[in-house]
Design a protein around this ligand. Sequence first.
Ligand SMILES: [Zn+2]
Length: 324
Amino acid sequence: MKIQCGDYCLIVDEKNKKQLVLVDSVASGTYNGVVDNADKDNEGTRTTISLDLADVMVNFGTDPQRGTCYGLSVEPFKFTKKINPWGQVQFYRDVSDAEKEVIVTSLRKVGGIIKQRGWMPVKPIDVQVRYAKSKTIAGYYKHASKDDVNDVLTLCPLEFDGETDYYVAHEASHGIWYNMMDKILRGKWIELFAKSTVLSEVTKTDLLSCMDDLKSSGSCKDYMADIKEDETKVLIAKEIFRLILNKHKLTKKDIDVLLENEDTDLKGIWPKRAMELGSKTLLVSDYARKSAIELHAVATAYFILDRELPKDVKALVSETLANI
Ligand SMILES: [Zn+2]
C-alpha cells in the first residue's frame, strides 16, 4: 500500500483499537502520524505515533469522505478558529461562510454573557463543530474519572440556524452543573424536578377500557397511534405493556399475535389492580421533563438568553447563578 504525507489511514494499534491517523512524515521507510482527534494548534494534546505498514487497514487518501469504516467513525479534522472566550474551536465539518458566521456570532454572544457574569466553568472546554449524528443536536461530555482531560462541547445540528444561541447556552449550562455547582445546589434542582411529578390514579375500569380499545385497534402499534393525542392513555398503555413484559415476558409483538386470534382473552395477562402513575408537568419545555440535569440546562439557557421562565424556575436559576 502506498502511503504519502497528508493521507488519512485507518490503523489497528497494539491494543487492537482502530484509529484514524493523519500521516505527517514519511522518510526512508519510516512513517509517522498523528491521531486525528486533537486540536492541531495545541501540540500538547496531539498523539504522534510511528506507523507500522502492517497495522494500516485502509488508506483513505488526503480528503476522506465522512462515514463509518470497520466500525470507526471517519470524521477528519478540518481546521480551528479562535473564537473568544472559548479559544481554538475545532471544526470537523465543512461549513459555509454563512454558517461560520452564525457559529462565531452565537459562541461570542453566549460565551460573552457567561464570562462577563462569572459563570464560565473554570475548567477548559474544547468546543467542536461536527456533522449531525442521528438526532443529537449538541452535547456536553465530561470525563468523570479524568480531571486533566478537557470537557468537550459539541455542536452538531443539521443546520446552524437561529437556535444556535440556544444550543450553546444549553450545553454550556451542563458545564456549569458539572463543574461549578455543589451538592446543595444540585439537590435543589432535583427537588424541583421531583416536585413536578403529577400522580394519577388508574382504576380497574381504566385498565379494562384500555384492553377493550386495544382489541378494537387490532395491534399494539395501531392502538398507540389511535391514542397518541391523549397523554394519560399513552402513560397507562406504556405501563401496562411494561408490566406484561416484566411479569409474563411477553413483548408487544407477542400481544399482537394473541390479538390476531379472535377467541383470545387477554384477561390472563392483563394487570388487575388499580395503580398510581406519575407523569411530569411541563415545567419549561418538553425536553426539560427528561431529568433534573436537563431541567437545569434548559432553564439556565432560557435565563442566559432572556427567555420567559415560570416564576419558581427563574428564582432557582437566579439563586444558582448567584452561588456558583
Ligand atoms: Zn442537555
